[in-house]
Design a protein. Sequence first.
Length: 158
Amino acid sequence: MKRHIIITFTLLLSLLLFNACGNGDTAEQTRNGEPETEEGLTDFELEHGIGPVTERIEISEEIDQEMVTKGRNIYEMKCEMCHNMEGRMVGPQLGDIMEKRSPEFVMNFILNPSGMVREHPVGQELLREYMTQMPYQNVKEDEARAIVEFLRDYAENN
Protein backbone atom coordinates (compact mmCIF):
# COMPACT_ATOMS: atom_id res chain seq x y z
CA MET A 1 0.00 0.00 0.00
CA LYS A 2 2.77 2.43 0.95
CA ARG A 3 4.63 1.63 -2.26
CA HIS A 4 1.47 2.34 -4.29
CA ILE A 5 1.16 5.79 -2.70
CA ILE A 6 4.82 6.59 -3.40
CA ILE A 7 4.50 5.55 -7.05
CA THR A 8 1.30 7.58 -7.48
CA PHE A 9 2.88 10.61 -5.82
CA THR A 10 6.02 10.31 -7.99
CA LEU A 11 3.97 10.07 -11.19
CA LEU A 12 1.83 13.03 -10.20
CA LEU A 13 4.87 15.13 -9.32
CA SER A 14 6.56 14.19 -12.62
CA LEU A 15 3.45 15.17 -14.56
CA LEU A 16 3.25 18.54 -12.78
CA LEU A 17 6.92 19.28 -13.43
CA PHE A 18 6.63 18.27 -17.09
CA ASN A 19 3.64 20.60 -17.63
CA ALA A 20 5.23 23.48 -15.70
CA CYS A 21 8.41 23.38 -17.76
CA GLY A 22 6.68 23.46 -21.14
CA ASN A 23 8.77 23.42 -24.28
CA GLY A 24 10.54 26.72 -23.56
CA ASP A 25 9.70 28.16 -26.98
CA THR A 26 8.21 31.57 -26.09
CA ALA A 27 8.09 32.65 -29.73
CA GLU A 28 5.13 30.31 -30.19
CA GLN A 29 3.06 31.94 -27.45
CA THR A 30 0.17 33.90 -28.94
CA ARG A 31 -3.00 35.70 -27.99
CA ASN A 32 -5.73 36.06 -30.62
CA GLY A 33 -3.41 34.35 -33.12
CA GLU A 34 -0.78 37.14 -33.00
CA PRO A 35 2.70 36.85 -31.50
CA GLU A 36 3.02 38.63 -28.17
CA THR A 37 5.33 41.61 -27.67
CA GLU A 38 7.74 42.02 -24.79
CA GLU A 39 4.90 43.48 -22.70
CA GLY A 40 2.84 40.30 -23.21
CA LEU A 41 0.48 42.07 -25.61
CA THR A 42 -0.06 41.52 -29.30
CA ASP A 43 0.99 44.31 -31.66
CA PHE A 44 -2.70 45.16 -32.15
CA GLU A 45 -3.29 45.40 -28.38
CA LEU A 46 -0.21 47.53 -27.88
CA GLU A 47 -1.36 50.03 -30.50
CA HIS A 48 -5.15 49.77 -30.12
CA GLY A 49 -5.71 48.72 -26.52
CA ILE A 50 -7.12 45.74 -24.66
CA GLY A 51 -10.84 45.16 -24.80
CA PRO A 52 -13.70 44.02 -26.98
CA VAL A 53 -12.48 45.90 -30.06
CA THR A 54 -10.03 43.38 -31.52
CA GLU A 55 -9.99 44.48 -35.14
CA ARG A 56 -9.65 47.79 -36.96
CA ILE A 57 -13.01 49.52 -37.24
CA GLU A 58 -14.08 51.15 -40.45
CA ILE A 59 -14.22 54.91 -40.14
CA SER A 60 -15.37 57.10 -42.98
CA GLU A 61 -13.48 60.27 -43.85
CA GLU A 62 -16.79 62.08 -43.53
CA ILE A 63 -18.01 62.67 -39.99
CA ASP A 64 -21.46 61.30 -39.19
CA GLN A 65 -23.32 64.20 -37.53
CA GLU A 66 -26.03 61.91 -36.13
CA MET A 67 -23.35 59.92 -34.33
CA VAL A 68 -21.70 63.16 -33.18
CA THR A 69 -24.95 64.24 -31.49
CA LYS A 70 -25.35 60.83 -29.83
CA GLY A 71 -21.69 60.86 -28.75
CA ARG A 72 -21.93 64.40 -27.36
CA ASN A 73 -24.96 63.41 -25.28
CA ILE A 74 -23.16 60.36 -23.86
CA TYR A 75 -20.01 62.42 -23.23
CA GLU A 76 -22.00 65.07 -21.35
CA MET A 77 -23.77 62.43 -19.28
CA LYS A 78 -20.90 60.02 -18.52
CA CYS A 79 -17.55 61.65 -19.28
CA GLU A 80 -17.72 65.38 -18.72
CA MET A 81 -17.59 65.18 -14.93
CA CYS A 82 -13.98 63.93 -15.15
CA HIS A 83 -12.74 65.07 -18.57
CA ASN A 84 -12.50 68.52 -20.13
CA MET A 85 -11.95 68.90 -23.82
CA GLU A 86 -9.13 71.38 -23.12
CA GLY A 87 -7.09 71.18 -19.95
CA ARG A 88 -6.49 68.67 -17.23
CA MET A 89 -9.22 67.63 -14.82
CA VAL A 90 -9.68 64.40 -12.85
CA GLY A 91 -8.72 62.64 -16.08
CA PRO A 92 -6.81 63.78 -19.16
CA GLN A 93 -8.15 66.30 -21.65
CA LEU A 94 -9.91 64.68 -24.59
CA GLY A 95 -9.99 67.46 -27.19
CA ASP A 96 -6.86 66.16 -28.94
CA ILE A 97 -7.10 62.47 -28.05
CA MET A 98 -7.95 61.42 -31.61
CA GLU A 99 -4.66 62.90 -32.76
CA LYS A 100 -2.78 60.79 -30.20
CA ARG A 101 -4.69 57.49 -30.14
CA SER A 102 -6.52 55.26 -32.58
CA PRO A 103 -10.32 55.01 -32.50
CA GLU A 104 -9.96 51.37 -31.38
CA PHE A 105 -7.72 52.43 -28.48
CA VAL A 106 -10.21 55.08 -27.31
CA MET A 107 -13.10 52.62 -27.58
CA ASN A 108 -11.21 49.91 -25.68
CA PHE A 109 -10.34 52.38 -22.92
CA ILE A 110 -14.01 53.37 -22.61
CA LEU A 111 -15.24 49.77 -22.74
CA ASN A 112 -12.53 48.17 -20.58
CA PRO A 113 -10.94 50.80 -18.31
CA SER A 114 -9.86 48.38 -15.57
CA GLY A 115 -8.26 45.99 -18.05
CA MET A 116 -6.43 48.85 -19.73
CA VAL A 117 -5.08 50.13 -16.42
CA ARG A 118 -4.15 46.64 -15.26
CA GLU A 119 -2.51 45.34 -18.48
CA HIS A 120 -1.64 48.16 -20.89
CA PRO A 121 1.44 50.38 -20.46
CA VAL A 122 -0.44 53.55 -21.48
CA GLY A 123 -3.23 52.77 -18.99
CA GLN A 124 -0.65 52.19 -16.26
CA GLU A 125 1.09 55.45 -17.15
CA LEU A 126 -2.20 57.38 -16.99
CA LEU A 127 -2.98 55.85 -13.59
CA ARG A 128 0.41 56.98 -12.28
CA GLU A 129 -0.10 60.48 -13.67
CA TYR A 130 -3.73 61.05 -12.62
CA MET A 131 -3.75 58.74 -9.58
CA THR A 132 -7.31 57.63 -10.22
CA GLN A 133 -8.70 54.86 -12.36
CA MET A 134 -11.42 55.61 -14.87
CA PRO A 135 -14.59 53.87 -13.69
CA TYR A 136 -16.59 51.57 -15.93
CA GLN A 137 -19.53 53.65 -17.19
CA ASN A 138 -21.62 50.82 -18.70
CA VAL A 139 -21.16 52.19 -22.21
CA LYS A 140 -22.07 49.86 -25.07
CA GLU A 141 -19.80 49.39 -28.07
CA ASP A 142 -22.01 51.45 -30.40
CA GLU A 143 -22.07 54.24 -27.79
CA ALA A 144 -18.27 54.18 -27.52
CA ARG A 145 -18.14 54.45 -31.31
CA ALA A 146 -20.45 57.50 -31.13
CA ILE A 147 -18.13 59.09 -28.52
CA VAL A 148 -15.23 58.55 -30.93
CA GLU A 149 -17.20 60.31 -33.66
CA PHE A 150 -17.91 63.22 -31.29
CA LEU A 151 -14.20 63.43 -30.43
CA ARG A 152 -13.26 63.31 -34.13
CA ASP A 153 -15.69 66.14 -34.85
CA TYR A 154 -14.35 68.19 -31.94
CA ALA A 155 -10.74 67.72 -33.09
CA GLU A 156 -11.61 68.70 -36.65
CA ASN A 157 -13.69 71.76 -35.80
CA ASN A 158 -11.95 73.32 -32.79
